[in-house]
Design a protein around this ligand. Structure first.
Ligand code: NAD
Ligand code: ZN
Length: 369
């Protein structure tokens, strides 16, 4: 069983990745569960249909009965209405400050549950049981949020989980699109931290059909990168910003496609191609990495269609509203070289010209993607 401890001051917790991770609820975490006066599972509808029993069996083995709140699958759960509904549910089931929540789903369910846990009676404990590859990123680090009609993740807080349990057999039911989504975030972790790992991924022929064994090792590497950064900068004053590599433009794509049109990581892949072109303009060596990433992405079934179907202004309108846009300038995470990120303010004019360049560079591979 792979294990990693996240060491945020005042919040030490373990991330477990294994084929039997949920067994730990009946052993390592038994005391914590038994001490809770009520246990609530907030479960993604689709994930609950497929896998809820695996989770509840481990908890029921302790002789305690969790209550289950099913929320809409994926991004549709991150709304103010679902958020309030979860709070009502907890109140109706007499949850208190000594109750415990478990997030059972991908990053969306994890973000929602984390925010419910952060705000219920000013904060209760929660355990992340992530069920997507992407959630190797979202389940660690304590960022929680819901979306507003005006923008994604606009209301939220920092609230660290008590533990993260990655039960790997559950990943086997992920649709291809969600595998691509999570693998894009994994590649992001490689690009911002390690040149040889990035090379390994870019040369990997099984990138979007990973074996369970290989994936466990890779998830741990990704979580290590995330944990190291979060330990250094929990509240995103400095290095945590690097985790936004590919996200400034990526979030723009996500918004333009209407949250949920493309998966989060697919949008981030477009955003990373965008950021690499920008990085090359500002001196990234070796040149050519942007084209390599574009070719790699198109070969692996990632699409660049949104940038061919929507004008730049649609993306810009959204990016200007992004939390990372300070004082009218857009801040992008760029790479000095692979593994060395930095933050650079960029003008709207340059943003537009990079957009046009990305369109040109992805034109040739359009039919293949
Ligand atoms: P998701 O939670 O939206 O899930 C995607 C889809 O996969 C859903 O339809 C879901 O029902 C389904 N699904 C989940 N697990 C499955 C399984 N094992 N088998 C079959 N289907 C399954 O997607 P995600 O990519 O995990 O998360 C994206 C969200 O994470 C976004 O809202 C993003 O903002 C957030 N995020 C948060 C952070 C953070 O630090 N908090 C970081 C990155 C992303
Ligand atoms: Zn992301």
């Amino acid at each position: 069983m792979a294990k990693l401890t996240v060491k945020i001051p005042g919040h030490l917790y373990d991330v477990h990745i294994s084929e039997q991770a949920y067994d730990l609820l009946g052993t390592t975490y038994a005391d914590q569960l038994k001490k809770a006066d009520q246990i609530g599972i907030i479960a993604d509808e689709k994930v609950a249909d497929l896998h809820l029993e695996k989770l509840t069996t481990s908890i029921q083995s302790l002789g305690v009965a969790p209550v289950v709140k099913i929320v809409p699958a994926g991004e549709a759960s991150k709304t103010p209405a679902v958020f309030l509904d979860c709070h009502s549910f907890l109140l109706q089931h007499r949850f208190t400050r000594n109750s415990l929540l478990i997030a059972f789903g991908g990053g969306a369910c994890g973000d929602l549950t984390g925010f419910v846990a952060a705000t219920f009676m000013r904060g209760i404990a929660y355990i992340q049981c992530p069920t997507t590859i992407l959630a190797h990123d979202s389940a660690v680090g304590g960022k929680t949020a819901i979306n507003m009609p005006e923008g994604k993740n606009m209301v939220g807080s920092f609230h660290q989980p008590a533990a993260v349990l990655f039960h790997t057999p559950i990943l086997q039911t992920l649709p291809a699109r969600e595998i691509r989504s999570g693998m894009a975030e994994l590649l992001k972790h490689a690009l911002i931290s390690d040149v040889s790992w990035s090379e390994e991924l870019l040369n990997n022929q099984q990138f979007i059909s990973p074996s369970a064994e290989w994936l466990s090792v890779e998830l741990l590497k990704g979580i290590e990168v995330k944990a190291n950064i979060v330990e250094e900068d929990q509240f995103e004053h400095s290095t945590r910003k690097f985790l936004n590599f590919g996200h400034t433009f990526g979030h723009g794509v996500e918004a333009v496609c209407g949250f949920g049109g493309l998966s989060h990581g697919e949008c981030v892949m477009i955003g990373m191609a965008y950021s690499l072109i920008l990085s090359e303009r500002h001196g990234l060596q070796p040149a050519g990495i942007a084209d390599r990433l574009i070719e790699f992405a198109q070969r692996n079934g990632y699409t660049f269609e949104p940038i061919h179907q929507h004008p730049f202004t649609h993306f810009m309108d959204y990016m200007a509203k992004d939390k990372k846009a300070t004082y009218g300038q857009l801040n992008f995470v760029l790479l000095q070289d692979i593994g060395n990120p930095y933050v650079k303010p960029v003008t709207a004019e340059e943003c537009e010209s990079v957009f046009e360049e990305l369109k040109n560079r992805t034109e040739a591979g359009r039919n293949d993607s």
